[in-house]
Unconditional design. Structure first.
Length: 310
């Protein structure tokens, strides 16, 4: 028994040490790279007003990909729950509706979370509620959205719903009428004179421009595009596997196609439309790369690409 108590005491010391270490190394709300960019100030001011007045409504964050919607939500949740990881873990539920979340999930798991008691005391601002964050809620079926609307009606007294979508018009009007809509515009880089995807902007600032990936595509796909040689399905599979193992994503492939001077603007547009159409159907990066190679870049029957592809 004495030995068991000693082991428990040692474990308790280790846990306290790790918790203190994580608290010291925790990144504050205003210290991320996102806040070094003076963007979305009007949205931040609106969220700050909601926080100070203790009147936080249900909110929909909508806008193009890479505009900073998720970062705004994460930072606002950190502010609401005082950067307390335990409160965030017990009082916040994150749901990606693109992963096959249907009416059964809404009626069972989401409603069960909304019924549970709120964990922890009130924070400094006196805010006391749970939060359910729904990413890609526009992927929900009509029945699932109707169940979600009913769930919002029942549990608004102790739960706030934050929805993050690209296209708000795919949501039912009864849901839109119950939410405060916040449009997150694209980031315009004055140095480049064009809009920037913030996710790609962050990766470029942190890791540099992926020139190595472009060289890999030039060596492997360049000869095929210029009609120097043919490629079969097995070679395409090996190429997709090799690209995936090298850390290359489908976004790198898209970026290479857009920057390739041998592909016309019309053909690039066809490739982008194909990518936007199929990207939500795949959860495996390697399979998506292979599909883009076979049905996009290397598809000889598609009239949207150079001579080797016609």
């Amino acid at each position: 028994n004495r030995r068991l108590k000693g082991v428990k005491a040692f474990k308790h010391k280790i846990i306290n040490y790790l918790m203190n270490r994580s608290e010291k190394g925790k990144i504050g709300v205003g210290e991320s790279w996102f806040h070094s960019l003076l963007i979305h100030e009007n949205i931040k001011n609106k969220l700050q007003y909601f926080y100070e007045t203790q009147k936080i409504p249900h909110m929909i964050f909508h806008g193009s990909p890479g505009t900073g919607k998720r970062t705004l939500v994460y930072d606002f949740l950190n502010k609401i729950y005082g950067n307390d990881k335990h409160k965030l873990k017990t009082n916040v539920m994150f749901v990606n509706c693109a992963h096959g979340k249907g009416i059964k999930f809404i009626r069972d798991e989401l409603k069960f979370f909304a019924k549970t008691n709120i964990q922890g005391a009130q924070n400094a601002a006196g805010v006391m509620f749970k939060t359910i964050v729904l990413f890609n809620a526009d992927s929900l079926t009509i029945d699932a959205q109707s169940a979600l609307r009913r769930c919002i009606e029942l549990f608004s007294y102790n739960t706030r719903f934050f929805i993050v979508v690209e296209n708000k018009h795919k949501l039912l009007n009864p849901i839109l009428s119950r939410f405060c809509e916040i449009h997150v515009p694209e980031f315009f880089d004055p140095n480049l004179g064009k809009t920037q995807n913030l996710h790609q902007y962050h990766l470029t600032k942190k890791y540099g421009d992926p020139i190595v990936f472009h060289k890999w595509f030039d060596e492997r796909l360049g000869p095929v595009i210029q009609n120097e040689r043919d490629i079969n399905d097995l070679e395409a599979m090996n190429m997709a596997s090799e690209a995936y193992e090298c850390g290359i994503s489908c976004l790198d492939l898209v970026k290479w196609v857009l920057s390739n001077k041998t592909i016309s603007e019309c053909k690039k547009a066809n490739f982008l439309m194909h990518f936007e159409k199929i990207k939500s159907e795949y959860r495996c990066e390697k399979m998506l790369i292979l599909c883009l190679l076979l049905d996009g870049v290397l598809d000889k029957t598609q009239p949207g690409f150079p001579a080797a592809l016609n």
